[in-house]
Design a protein around this ligand. Structure first.
Ligand SMILES: NC(=O)c1ccc[n+]([C@@H]2O[C@H](COP(=O)([O-])OP(=O)(O)OC[C@H]3O[C@@H](n4cnc5c(N)ncnc54)[C@H](OP(=O)(O)O)[C@@H]3O)[C@@H](O)[C@H]2O)c1
Length: 318
């Protein structure tokens, strides 16, 4: 049997990278083609230990330290790269991390780089929404990857379904009713992704279909859901607890106040507000259909109803 191609996975201990590893290992065809090298800064953390226990090679590297990336990418045929804006909350740092990996991938002749990207909201909105830095930064790295000419594909995750239970949608104890409160109309289209389960379904097929995928963007979402649909589906799956559940369009000041109470700075409150406004005003994906991106898949994606039924956060609800 021909030897396997090496796939280096950044973010292996996190949601997106972890999903990529699970999908490759769980698919006989992909597992026969690829061996995996997982990157972490801390091999002693439980999520890294679990990978090692499952026979996955773990290497220590830090996207802030370009030299450390050579050992992570040495001999790699492909690489999945995700950066975590929210760790430093600094766009320049995120751009530098992405460029560091891209530079070393180019130097070591990696044949397929899959970058976890997002759109440039400043450009998409003609400058109106110019504070969504964690989107713009990823788009800047995408542009850099295209410019330096690495064979690459771009995976653009939708809004995480896991952001909703207990966070965007919570029990209002005074009314004993669940409320989804967002600063946008209830008819706004929100592309939702079950990140842990479904990132890997896309990335696996992108890797297995390299020729078809090179240079392309893949919009990573199950569907566009409106806030009203999100609430209705919740009520359908949890009819007892969901009674009276509502969507509420929050005034911007109230939305920012909620974020302020979690300690988010004024700049980041504005960033999150504009991130929300993007969806009704210009579209999270510039109003593009998901059909072409999904045509590469070989297994179904998780619906919001299925996610509601399985999420541990709402396991006690009926
Ligand atoms: N929430 C949403 O709705 C949404 C939607 C679209 C995109 N996103 C984007 O998703 C990204 C986060 O991805 P995720 O959810 O998969 O992250 P996550 O679960 O929080 O995990 C972060 C991963 O990044 C790795 N990492 C962080 N800094 C690193 C560094 N300097 N060098 C090497 N590895 C590093 C961590 O590895 P170790 O700690 O093990 O080293 C960890 O595996 C963010 O940039 C966010 O903007 C989020």
């Amino acid at each position: 049997m021909a030897s396997k191609k090496l796939l280096t996975v950044f973010g292996a201990t996190g949601l997106q990278g972890g999903s990529v590893i699970n999908s490759i290992l769980g698919d006989p065809k992909a597992a026969a083609q690829f061996s995996i090298r997982a990157v972490t800064r801390d091999p002693s953390k439980p999520s890294a230990q679990r990978l090692t226990a499952n026979g996955v090679e773990c290497v220590v590297a830090d996207m802030d330290d370009k030299d450390s990336l050579r050992s992570a990418l040495k001999g790699a045929y492909a690489v999945f790269v995700v950066t975590n804006f929210w760790e430093k909350m600094n766009a320049d740092a995120e751009i530098q991390q992405g460029k560091n990996v891209a530079d070393i991938a180019k130097e070591l002749d990696v044949q397929h780089l899959v970058w976890s990207s997002l759109l440039n909201v400043t450009k998409l909105s003609g400058g109106k929404l110019d504070k969504v830095l964690h989107f713009d930064s990823k788009a800047t790295v995408e542009e850099y990857i295209r410019q330096i000419g690495i064979p690459a594909s771009f995976f653009l995750p939708g809004l995480y379904m896991s952001n909703i239970p207990g966070r965007m949608m919570r029990l209002n104890p005074a009314a004993n009713e669940f409320m989804l409160g967002l600063p946008i109309p209830g008819t706004s289209p929100i592309p939702l992704l079950d990140t842990a389960a479904d990132t890997g379904k896309f990335v696996k097929c992108i890797l297995l279909n390299r020729e078809k995928s090179l240079g392309k963007r893949f919009l990573g979402a199950t569907d566009y859901y409106t806030p009203e649909q999100i609430v209705d589906d919740f009520k359908a799956v949890k009819p007892a607890s969901g009674q009276g559940a509502k969507f509420s369009e929050l005034p911007t000041a109230v939305f920012k106040g909620i974020l302020a109470s979690t300690g988010l700075s004024e700049d980041l409150q504005e960033e999150m507000l504009q991130n929300m406004q993007l969806m009704p005003e210009f579209g999270y994906y510039g109003n593009e259909s998901l059909t072409e991106s999904q045509s590469i898949l070989d297994e179904p994606l998780t619906t919001w109803k299925e996610f509601v039924a399985k999420t541990p956060v709402w396991a006690d609800l009926h």
